[in-house]
Each structure stands twice: as structure tokens, then as C-alpha cells.
Ligand binder design. Structure first.
Ligand SMILES: O=C(O)CCC(=O)C(=O)O
Length: 279
């Protein structure tokens, strides 16, 4: 547990800014999260007395009934989204000793920390644009510390049609990228979703991209400075994935900011990092 990553894995993470760790989580830990989602969907179907058939729990079909639920009322999808981050098994995974060991090892720190409000379960619904994350780095949307880490893990077997996350390989090495606060092409995107990279096309075209097709229980470890975006879900199923963010109390930038959070904590990027925002 002291050193979960091999030297090769550490080197690959330092080089690429992200790393796939197959079977990082126990099947039972992930299944417990899927069971929680299944339970929430069932409770909503019952509460709203909907004629939606929900099959018994199985890991492959844990979200059975969800497409019918949001077809009935899209707002119920938001209820599932908010409830899912309060599933006890999910919080246990967020705060797990194995995450702490990775942060200690990768950041060489004795001061690992969990980003309050920096964890959740994304539900990327088929053909929905509003909550799709465009090219971004996590730091401006999260703060906490410049050397934070995202633990990203899919709850469904990833396919090209589901729109896997795309990464700009090695982009973390170029530091913080300037951003605009509004997405002119998508004005309904607000907060962190509205941030767009300045000179996005030119910046992104400097890098090779990778979009790993991972399985449930695999981990994708992501540097807070790595450029990445959500793929487009062109399938008939929602893409369920966990994001769990940690940071480092000992990082100088984090200490200077008092480890505050960004948008979700009510803080303004322009007030904290005026140099990052372009008009
Ligand atoms: O899962 C996704 O689509 C994107 C996730 C993301 O951008 C993040 O974890 O920062």
C-alpha cells in the first residue's frame, strides 16, 4: 500500500499527465456503488409511481430504468446525480486508503487531502451537450492545490460510442492555460462548464490525444494540469463515471489560497487568478 505504483507507472504519469491502472479497485467496492445507484433509481420510480420496469440488480445493468426515468422527467436525472454522490460506498471509495497512498507516492507528500465537493458521479446522457466538459484543466475549476489529482473511473465498460474522455498527452508540462469565462458557442454552459481555453484549437493541436477505453474497476489517474474533455455520447445508454479529487496541503499555491475550492465553493476564478482570465 505504501507504493501502489511501479517505477514505470510513475514515469508514464510524469510523462503523459495521466495513467490507466487496470483493475485498481476491487470488484466489490465498485459493485457497492452501482448498487447504490440502482437503489436510488428504484426509489424514484416507486415514489413517482412510474410504470417503469426495473430489473433486479446486476453490475452490467445497474442503471436499468434510468433512460425511461429521464424520458419521463429530465429533472429526475438531476435528483439521481445529486443523490449518487451521497452513496456511502462511494464516499468510502473517495476517501480510501489506496487513494491516499497514491497521492503520497505520486506527489511525494505527507500531507494528502480530499477536495470537499470535488467528487461526484457524472452521468453523461446520450446526445446531451449542456454538461459535456470541453477542453480544460481541472485546477481552474477546482483550485485546492496546483498539484491535485483526479481519480477517474468508469462504472460502465467504455466504448467509442459512449464518448470516452480525451486527454492531450503531456499537456500538464506546459503549466496553466489561459481561459475565457464564457463559451460563446454554448452560452447555456455556466460556471466551470463555461470556461473555454484561450486559442483552444491552436493549443490543443500541439498535442497527441488519447481516449482510453477502460472497464469498471480500472482507474485513470489525471494531473490537475492535464488538458482533457468529455467525448460525445452517441450511444443509447448514459455514461456513468466517478470523479474523485485529492490535493496536497503542502503545495505552495494551495497554502497561499488557504486550500479554497473554485466554482462549486462559490469562488471566482477572476478574483483568485486574474492573470489566467483573458477578455
Ligand atoms: O468524464 C468526463 O467526461 C470528464 C471528466 C472531467 O473533465 C474531470 O474529471 O475533470
Amino acid at each position: 500500500m505504501n507504493a501502489p505504483l511501479s517505477d514505470e507507472q510513475l514515469a508514464a504519469f510524469a510523462r503523459d499527465g495521466f495513467l490507466v491502472l487496470p483493475n485498481f479497485y476491487e470488484r466489490a467496492e465498485v459493485e457497492a456503488v452501482q448498487r447504490g445507484v440502482h437503489l436510488i433509481i428504484g426509489l424514484l420510480i416507486e415514489q413517482h409511481q412510474l410504470a417503469i420496469e426495473q430489473t433486479d440488480f446486476a453490475p452490467e445493468t445497474f442503471d436499468a430504468g434510468y433512460q425511461a426515468l429521464i424520458a419521463h422527467d429530465r429533472a429526475l436525472g438531476g435528483v439521481v446525480y445529486d443523490a449518487a454522490k451521497q452513496i456511502p460506498a462511494f464516499i468510502r471509495l473517495v476517501a480510501s486508503a489506496q487513494h491516499e497512498a497514491v497521492v503520497r507516492q505520486v506527489r511525494g507528500t505527507d500531507a494528502p487531502a480530499i477536495a470537499a465537493g470535488g467528487y461526484g458521479i457524472r452521468i453523461d446522457n446520450p446526445c446531451e451537450e449542456k454538461f459535456r466538459a470541453g477542453w480544460h484543466q481541472d485546477y481552474p475549476a477546482q483550485f485546492r492545490s496546483l498539484d491535485g489529482l483526479v481519480f477517474w473511473s468508469s462504472l460502465v465498460p467504455m466504448t467509442d460510442e459512449l464518448g470516452p474522455v480525451e486527454f492531450c498527452v503531456g499537456s500538464h508540462k506546459d503549466g496553466l492555460a489561459p481561459v475565457r469565462e464564457t463559451d460563446l458557442e454554448n452560452p447555456d454552459k455556466t460556471g466551470a462548464y463555461g470556461l473555454t481555453l484561450a486559442d483552444e484549437t491552436a493549443r490543443v493541436s500541439k498535442y497527441k490525444t488519447a481516449a482510453p477505453l477502460t472497464e469498471p474497476c480500472d482507474l485513470v489517474l489525471v494531473d490537475f494540469l492535464t488538458l482533457h474533455r468529455s467525448g460525445e455520447n452517441r450511444s443509447a445508454r448514459s455514461r456513468w463515471s466517478m470523479q474523485m479529487r485529492w490535493f496536497n496541503f503542502a503545495d505552495p499555491t494551495g497554502k497561499r489560497l488557504g486550500w479554497v475550492g473554485s466554482f462549486a465553493a462559490g469562488n471566482d476564478l477572476r478574483a483568485v487568478h486574474p492573470e489566467l482570465v483573458v477578455e
